[in-house]
Design a protein around this ligand. Structure first.
Ligand SMILES: *C/C=C(C)/C=C/C=C(C)/C=C/C1=C(C)CCCC1(C)C
Length: 239
């Protein structure tokens, strides 16, 4: 079996490698901590582990794919997101369920996240020429999620679920508002010719590399960070 070397200046391959390791380590941590997590929070911590585990499997694949071909593994990137982002929505539902969150709220979050990702996928692959339009549609769905979490149903339910859940929801809200906003930046970087007249990187190969690095960093921050917020919530509340 041939072993491909990661050259020291290959930052794309390097971040795929580190991403794989980080997602694996985080999954082991969340899964092992389940046994000393109170039953009330166990499902939430389990979902944290599932998010990083699904990402670990995709990163393992994407790492190899990128190393062998030098290309961006866009399809599996989106397969990963389509599985993990709805699970992040499930986390909001789970922590506000005690305060009366309805399954309808979960569906709103899931459908909005799917619209956000499917339109983004169209803009990145199938319909490159209209990437501005797809990017805007995706952005609308994104802001709807931000709205639900900061001002809508999620915020209201969190408030009635008590101070700990309110605080955790606020921090998760920052992840969604700031951490998730890194992704459109990657999208703009990777779009040929730039978006809205913004062309950050002119060489097409370099643009794709920049996009992958930005996505890889964002994934590590958001998936592991999200899980850790849930984890610390599970340690704080006693009952
Ligand atoms: C673990 C993966 C996560 C949290 C992925 C999140 C992805 C996004 C928030 C993507 C958003 C996009 C836009 C808001 C506009 C441009 C297209 C996307 C799909 C990059």
């Amino acid at each position: 079996m041939e072993h491909l070397k990661i050259e020291s200046d290959n930052y794309v391959a390097f971040t795929f490698f580190i991403g794989t390791m980080a997602m694996m380590a985080a999954s082991v941590f969340f899964f092992f901590e389940l046994s000393n997590t109170s039953p009330k929070w166990r499902t939430s911590v389990l979902v944290s582990g599932l998010i990083t585990f699904i990402a670990a499997v995709h990163y393992y694949y994407m790492r190899g794919y990128n190393l062998e071909t030098g290309d961006s593994p866009t399809f599996f990137r989106y397969v990963d997101w389509i599985l993990t982002v709805p699970l992040m929505c499930v986390e909001f539902y789970l922590i506000t369920k005690k305060a009366g969150a309805k399954i309808g709220l979960l569906w709103k979050l899931i459908v909005a996240s799917l619209v956000m990702l499917i339109t983004g996928y169209f803009g990145e692959t199938i319909d490159r020429d209209n990437s501005v339009l797809w990017g805007i549609l995706s952005g609308v769905a994104y802001f709807y999620i931000v709205y639900l979490i900061w001002f809508g149903e999620v915020a209201k339910l969190a408030q009635s679920a008590g101070p700990q859940v309110t605080k955790a929801t606020r921090i998760l809200g920052w992840f969604v508002l700031v951490g998730w906003a890194i992704y459109p930046l990657g999208y703009i970087l990777g779009t040929p010719g730039g978006l809205f007249g913004i062309q950050l990187v002119s060489d097409p190969a370099a643009a794709t590399h920049a996009m992958d690095i930005v996505y890889n960093i964002a994934d590590a921050i958001n998936k592991i960070g999200f899980g850790l917020v849930i984890y610390s919530l599970s340690r704080k509340t006693e009952d």
